[in-house]
Design a protein around this ligand. Structure first.
Ligand SMILES: Cc1cc2nc3c(=O)[nH]c(=O)nc-3n(C[C@H](O)[C@H](O)[C@H](O)COP(=O)(O)O)c2cc1C
Length: 323
């Protein structure tokens, strides 16, 4: 196992979800988890000149940026830009199965082109001083054997990178939507465990369908890190226990009410910079998960979003959280 891996507990990149505001919220709850941005396509950075997509709060560290692309020149340019912005790591997306992404020749379809992926990652690595990682699937379409994955990793690791995040199911390029692709292909955790056995020097992070701290402990006895997406978004307070139970730190004595108030202070600061209230407020939906007044809390958030005003509602929101 890689000792003291910074990737022991990671939050998955999720488009429309893990934006800078969500990451700020998560960081209020856990100081240690490793965060990733949503996927940013190299084309939109370079040709759309959308560099504000790279903005992040300094509190977010450690935070990696995820790029989507397969043009080596563009990936080099974007990697340099990401390093200048201060990211701690750059991750290449080799897992997204959407039609749009396939048309751009990146994401999961690159699993069929390990040599190209090796060249992309090798060139990215040589152009910056921060770590480069990959997030990929087990395979695509009917390439379902362990040998396919083993061959892919054997070639890609020649790029010199050592951080591999594996979403433990195949991607289906035709016939399944991205959403179905996150649920229908079966999870095969065994493949990821075997990968760690076959490539002990690589840092292997497992992803897909992980819901509890107990499951994390089980995975962590076999691989270096776990990555949670939906379950952490739907219930961000799960991260409170990660500090003590995964990282062995003193338990953080922080309540949901305190998190809410700190986040709302942040929202007010960001509003004055022109950020959108709805985009920031929706990340709070999960904070009341499991609470007595969870539904009323969510309705209140919807009301705030609809009125486009936080004024006079802060106390109401706080009162709807149980602790
Ligand atoms: C709404 C949504 C958006 C996603 N966007 C990305 C993305 O931008 N990049 C990526 O690598 N994976 C993306 N994913 C996949 C997740 O990172 C993760 O691999 C997947 O959800 C499985 O993990 P989970 O079961 O813990 O959610 C997305 C998933 C969801 C639900």
């Amino acid at each position: 196992m890689v000792k003291d891996s910074v990737h022991k507990f990671c939050i998955a990149p999720m488009m429309q979800y893990t934006d800078m505001h969500d990451r700020y919220l998560l960081r209020l709850i856990s100081k240690k988890v490793f965060l990733y941005t949503e996927m940013i396509a190299t084309g939109s950075l370079i040709y759309g000149k959308c560099f504000n997509q790279l903005d992040f709060n300094k509190e977010e560290h450690p935070v990696g940026v995820q790029l989507g692309g397969s043009d080596i020149k563009d990936l080099i340019e974007c990697s340099k830009k990401c390093e200048q912005y201060g990211y701690d790591e750059i991750n290449l997306n080799v897992g997204c199965p959407s039609d749009r992404v396939q048309k751009g020749k990146f994401g999961a379809c690159l699993m069929l082109e390990p040599e190209l992926v090796k060249d992309c990652l090798g060139n990215m690595k040589n152009s910056v001083h921060i770590p480069i990682s990959i997030k990929c699937r087990l395979g695509v379409d009917d390439n379902e054997s362990y040998e396919f994955l083993h061959n892919f990793i054997s070639i890609v690791k020649e790029s010199g990178i050592s951080i591999f995040i594996i979403h433990a199911r195949n991607g289906i390029l035709k016939g399944l939507s991205p959403r179905q692709n996150r649920n229908i292909p079966p999870l095969k955790y065994d493949y990821v465990y075997k990968l760690k056995k076959d490539f002990p020097g690589l840092e292997i992070i497992i992803n897909g369908g992980i819901k509890s701290i107990e499951e994390c402990h089980n995975h962590l006895s076999k691989v270096d890190g776990v990555m949670l997406g939906r379950s952490a978004y739907e219930n961000p307070f799960i991260l409170k226990n990660v500090e003590s139970e995964i990282f062995g730190l003193e338990p953080q004595d922080i309540s949901k009410k305190e998190i809410l108030n700190q986040y709302l202070d942040y929202v007010e600061r960001k509003l004055s910079e022109g950020h959108d209230l709805g985009r920031m407020m929706k990340h709070l939906f999960g904070l009341s998960r499991g609470d007595k007044y969870a539904k009323s809390f969510r309705i209140k958030i919807l009301e705030v979003i609809k009125k486009n005003s936080l004024k006079d509602h802060k106390k109401d929101l706080e009162d709807l959280l149980v602790y």
